[in-house]
Design a protein around this ligand. Structure first.
Ligand code: XMP
Length: 519
């Protein structure tokens, strides 16, 4: 649990796919909240957390089933507003004396329209143009409401779509106000936090000041090391920590030979020259490329790179002398403990590269100043700290770098061709004003040579694939619908400007079934 001076809202998670969106809606309204799984929230936890309001999320279970998840009953005697969403509504009714029944024609999935019944401050700004569209996703339904509750909205299949006990400030809705398909849903959350007395004091300016104080208090006069990749998270973490403790921070930037064109120079220039940070530029290109020589299996590549990164980081960090802390750009979605109902471990699709294991190995404590933030909040903090917009808006770049954009064996020749092609492609995207619309774009060099004809001569060069996707979080993605003109112009530029490529393809696979990277 994080210590903060803000009034905090507690979201008790029952395993809905969209619980994180509740937190997003609240954060957008400058309200500090945390998500905790139901099985970690007991009376003692509630006392320590001391929430200003509680939201009970949706979830896949049925309250009718024995042993189905419940919040501690003390939630209802804290004297703070409580909002139940979908499963949260049902659990609230079940525990407060109402009734929940299963299925038989009353399940609702998808769009529905709610008709108002009476006035409720929770619904300020609703129903101005008639019935409100909402998103339903429930099998069970409430069949009798608990004593003290009244109905404030109905839908054809949910007579208790919106209910409330206004004297105790308990509110419950059958639909999901947090999703996009409930267009006025954000307003409902804003009304709820207003009712609960939150003042919207969660701003990036305030966060920056508090984070700096916290870092100083945690670190004291000790030294901190930070692996800087040039990505948004580690960059923002480094700048923030540097602002807090100055030269007690040393960054280690590892050039593994798998970076994009000019990347190493840009990162070093920005952090060493512009921000005056002590920065170790570890040129380990020969080591990484040597170890990867002849390796073509994607998982083996990932493992080699992950291990070498740790070795190299450790070697250079040892030179800093007496560092007690390791800084990491861990974000809130990495911290939220997910509720698993299936129990089984999920399949490893790719072993992601990170610096996991380092702190224990090196006996270091962690400084993670971004642990409470979502990605877009990290960007906002970056702007607050004065990082250039071009840097903050950069597409994500994977830890194993170009190695996983070079299926098959990695050679220096292929990497060089790939770097150049990627630079032309990104230049095209920027020139057409598409960079910010696309979540991630890159070139992959394919492990085949194909025959072409240029001028009067035969060519036998590499083929490459262009990739560009839209996504919210990288978990799912769709290919970007470039125009044929754009694709044609880009292919022509790549083939004309770069020796070594004579064929360009566009990857139109979504994720799933594909993944974003090629390996
Ligand atoms: P995939 O290819 O799994 O990628 O669809 C999803 C997102 O994650 C990035 N990615 C990585 N990022 N270390 C990282 O830091 C990794 O090992 C790694 N592998 C993939 C990928 O670029 C995309 O943004």
């Amino acid at each position: 649990m994080t210590d903060t001076s803000h009034t905090r809202l507690l979201i008790i998670d029952f395993g809905s796919q969209v619980t994180q969106l509740i937190a997003r809606r609240l954060r957008e309204a400058n309200t500090y909240c945390e998500i905790h799984p139901y099985n970690k929230v007991d009376a003692g936890f509630l006392r320590r957390f001391n929430p200003g309001a509680v939201i009970l999320s949706g979830g896949p279970a049925s309250v009718i089933d024995e042993g189905s998840p419940r919040p501690p009953k003390e939630v209802f005697s804290l004297g703070v507003p409580v909002l139940g969403i979908c499963y949260g509504q049902q659990v609230m009714m079940q525990m407060l004396g109402g009734k929940v029944e299963s299925g038989h024609g009353t399940a609702e999935f998808g769009r529905a329209y709610v008709t108002p019944k009476g006035n409720l401050p929770l619904l300020d700004g609703w129903f101005e143009d008639g019935d409100e569209q909402v998103w339903m996703s429930h099998g069970d339904h409430v069949s009798a409401i608990a004593p003290g509750f009244e109905v404030f909205g109905t839908s054809p299949n949910a007579p208790y779509a919106i209910i409330a006990d206004t004297s105790r400030h308990f509110y419950a809705v059958q639909f999901h106000p947090e999703v996009h398909h409930t267009p006025n849903g954000a307003r409902l959350y804003q009304n709820f936090i207003k009712l609960a007395g939150f003042t919207g004091d969660w701003t990036m300016g305030a966060y920056r000041e508090e984070a700096i104080q916290k870092i100083r208090a945690q670190v004291g006069t000790a030294k901190v090391i930070c692996g800087l990749s040039g990505g948004v998270d580690s960059s923002v973490a480094a700048v923030l920590i540097h602002e807090a403790i100055g030269d007690q921070l040393t960054c280690v930037f590892v050039d593994n030979g798998l970076l994009r064109q000019n990347e190493a120079e840009e990162v070093v220039e920005m952090f060493r020259d512009h921000y005056n940070m002590p920065l170790i530029h570890a040129d380990e290109r020969a080591l990484f490329l040597g170890e990867l020589d002849g390796v073509s299996d994607p998982e083996t590549k990932r493992k080699i790179i992950g291990k070498l990164f740790i070795d190299v980081f450790q070697k250079h960090a040892a030179g800093v002398g007496g560092a007690e802390f390791l800084a990491q750009g861990t974000l809130y979605p990495d911290v939220i403990e997910s509720v698993s109902f299936s129990g089984g471990p999920s399949v490893t699709i790719k072993s992601h590269h990170n610096v996991g294991g380092l702190p224990e190995k090196m006996g270091l404590k962690l400084v993670e100043p971004l642990r409470e933030l979502f990605k877009d909040e990290v960007r906002a903090l970056g702007r607050e700290l004065g990082l250039p917009a071009s840097f903050i808006g950069r597409h994500p770049f994977p830890g194993p770098g170009l190695a996983i954009r070079c299926p098959g064996e990695i050679t220096r020749e292929k990497l060089e061709v790939l770097r150049k092609a990627d630079a032309v492609y990104i230049d095209q995207i920027r020139k057409h004003g598409l960079y910010d619309e696309i979540w991630q774009a890159f070139v992959a060099i394919l492990p085949v040579r194909t025959v072409g004809v240029m001028g009067d001569g035969r060519t036998y060069d590499f083929a490459c694939a262009l990739r560009a996707v839209t996504s919210v979080d990288g978990m799912t993605a769709d290919y970007y619908p470039f125009t044929h003109e754009f694709l044609g112009e880009t292919a022509t530029r790549i083939i004309n400007e770069i020796d070594g490529i004579n064929r360009v393809t566009y990857d139109i696979t979504s994720k799933p079934p594909g993944t974003i990277e090629w390996e």
